[in-house]
Design a protein around this ligand. Structure first.
Ligand SMILES: Nc1ncnc2c1ncn2[C@@H]1O[C@H](COP(=O)(O)OP(=O)(O)O)[C@@H](O)[C@H]1O
Ligand SMILES: [Mg+2]
Length: 288
C-alpha cells in the first residue's frame, strides 16, 4: 500500500473535563480517496476531525501527514489549516462575518495572500458552490443549505488538498443533498481528498471508496465499504446494514444474483437499474 496521506498512530484524547473521546486510535486515509467516517453518536468522529486539522492535539500518540508528524508551531498550523479544510456540522459555528464575500475572504486573507489573489480565490470559490448571486448578502439571511455552501467556499478559498465535512447532509433536504453531492463530485474530480463523517450507512455504501468505522473512540474497521459494512461487528456497532446491500442479499437468497451484472449495485438507482436489466433479460428469454 502507498503511504497514507493522513494517518493516526495510537492517538488518545480526553477533553479537559476528563471525557475520553479517542482511545488508542490508529487509522489511515489515502490520497485522492472519498473516505466515509462512520460511527454512532459519540463515537469520536468530530473529535477525529478536530485532530486532523490541528484544532485539537493528541494527549498521546501522533498524527502524520504524508508520513511526517504534524508540526504544532504557528507556522506549521498555518500550513496545515490551508492543506486540510474543515467544514463544521453547524454552519453558524463557522460563519461570523457580516456578508458572504467577507466571510469567504477571511481564510485566504489570514494566509497573508495579496488582495488580488484573495479576490480571485473568493470569486472562484463562490462559483464552485454556486453562490455568486449571494456574494453581497448578509450571512444571517441565508438558508441553512446556503450557509453550508458558504462554509465550503470559505474552506475552498484556502485551496485545500483535503476537505473534511462533518455530517454535511444533516439538515439538508433531498434537493440540497443532491446539489452538495454534485459539488463534492466536482471537487473530488479536481483531485481533492474528501473525508465525510456520517452515520448514514446508505450514503457511505454508495459514495465511499474507503470507509472508516469508529466505536467508542477506537477504530473498529477500515477498508472498502462493500466489504466492511457487511461485517457482523460493524453492523451491530452501526445498528444496521446498507439498504442496497440488504436487498442484494435477500434477492440472492431467492436465487436472483445481481452480481451477475458488471458490478455490484451500491446506490438505490444502481439497484433499480440492475433489477430492471435482469427483468428485461428474463422477458427476452421467455419470448425466445
Ligand atoms: N467539548 C467536549 N467536552 C467534553 N466531552 C466532549 C466534548 N465534545 C465531545 N465530547 C465527548 O467525546 C466523545 C466523542 O464525541 P464526538 O467526537 O463529538 O463524537 P461524534 O462526532 O462521533 O458524535 C463523546 O463521548 C462526547 O460526549
Ligand atoms: Mg459529531
Amino acid at each position: 500500500m502507498t503511504s497514507a496521506f493522513l494517518a493516526l498512530e495510537n492517538v488518545s484524547y480526553r477533553y479537559p473535563d476528563g471525557s475520553p473521546a479517542l482511545d488508542n486510535c490508529s487509522l489511515k486515509v489515502r490520497r485522492g480517496s472519498r473516505t466515509a467516517v462512520l460511527g454512532a453518536n459519540g463515537a469520536g468522529k468530530t473529535t477525529l476531525f478536530l485532530h486532523l486539522n490541528g484544532i485539537l492535539r493528541p494527549s498521546a500518540g501522533q498524527i502524520l501527514c504524508d508520513g511526517i508528524p504534524l508540526d504544532y508551531s504557528r507556522v506549521g498550523m498555518r500550513k496545515l489549516r490551508s492543506l486540510v479544510g474543515l467544514v463544521f456540522q453547524n454552519p453558524d459555528a463557522q460563519l461570523f462575518s457580516a456578508n458572504v464575500r467577507e466571510d469567504i475572504s477571511f481564510g485566504p486573507m489570514n494566509m497573508g495572500l495579496e488582495e488580488r489573489e484573495v479576490r480571485s480565490r473568493v470569486e472562484e470559490s463562490l462559483v464552485a458552490v454556486g453562490m455568486t448571486r449571494y456574494a453581497d448578502r448578509p450571512v444571517h439571511n441565508l438558508s441553512f443549505g446556503q450557509k453550508k455552501r458558504v462554509c465550503i467556499a470559505g474552506v475552498l478559498a484556502m485551496h485545500p488538498e483535503i476537505l473534511l465535512l462533518d455530517e454535511p447532509m444533516a439538515g439538508l433536504d433531498a434537493m440540497m443533498q443532491g446539489e452538495l453531492m454534485a459539488i463534492l463530485g466536482r471537487l473530488h474530480a479536481a483531485g481533492i481528498t474528501i473525508i465525510i463523517a456520517t452515520h448514514d450507512l446508505d450514503f457511505a455504501y454508495g459514495w465511499g471508496d474507503d470507509a472508516i468505522v469508529m466505536e467508542a473512540g477506537q477504530l473498529l474497521a477500515e477498508g472498502a465499504p462493500t466489504e466492511i459494512l457487511l461485517r457482523d461487528d460493524v453492523q451491530s456497532a452501526l445498528g444496521g446494514t446498507p439498504f442496497v446491500a440488504e436487498i442484494t442479499r435477500q434477492l440472492l437468497l431467492i436465487g436472483i444474483d445481481l452480481r451477475g451484472n458488471e458490478y455490484l449495485p451500491r446506490s438505490r438507482r444502481e439497484l433499480l437499474l440492475a433489477i430492471s436489466a435482469l427483468a428485461t433479460d428474463t422477458k427476452q428469454e421467455r419470448t425466445l
